[in-house]
Design a protein. Sequence first.
Length: 225
Amino acid sequence: MAGKSALIAGLTEDITAFIERQQELMFNERDFQMQLAVALRASGHYDDVDVEYFIPNTLAQPRGYEWSSDLRLDLVVRVGQEYAVVELKYPTRRIVTDIERFSTLLPGVEIVKNHGAQDIVSYNFWKDVRRIELIRELFPGNVAGGVAVMLTNEPYYTRGPRAGSICDAFSTAGGREHVHGPMNWTRLTSTAKGLPPFILTGDYSVAWHPTTITGHQFYYTLIIV
């Protein structure tokens, strides 16, 4: 995103550094969220780092928020009176490995589970982007924007769905460019029930970056809003 603020630029660097330096597998998205929050706080780059930052639905819906739930933003960072939002996705494929607990080796432990529902996860990733856009619109004098992050070891997300899939619009395929405007299912199915179409006001591209965590291949992408 051209012209991004110093806060967004620094936040992007800090998130990237956290992912690339990660030396332990994270169990799930909540683990990712909490570990990143701790790392951002420890960096000393922010005056505050909040987790599960609450915005009531009654404030968001009149401005075009398409969903019935309240907004609980994964992370919000602040420098002075400038804020930025971080939304996280951590869809995974199963990993079984040995771990050490209390100086004891535990063999064959399922550390990372199969996530599944790749079409819905892809939808929710772009929904995160829309949520950040909306927060910036709601608080234009204070919110600089944000970063939507996906970290995964599931190849589906880097290659995207098969051509003609119902979730074509929500593809996270590497190299995808000019993601903007109406986001809708190709056709109505039970999968799309309760997951309404929405519109992205920005223009985004998807680039994946490889990283290795305890010998396991992962990929991450950051969408700057």
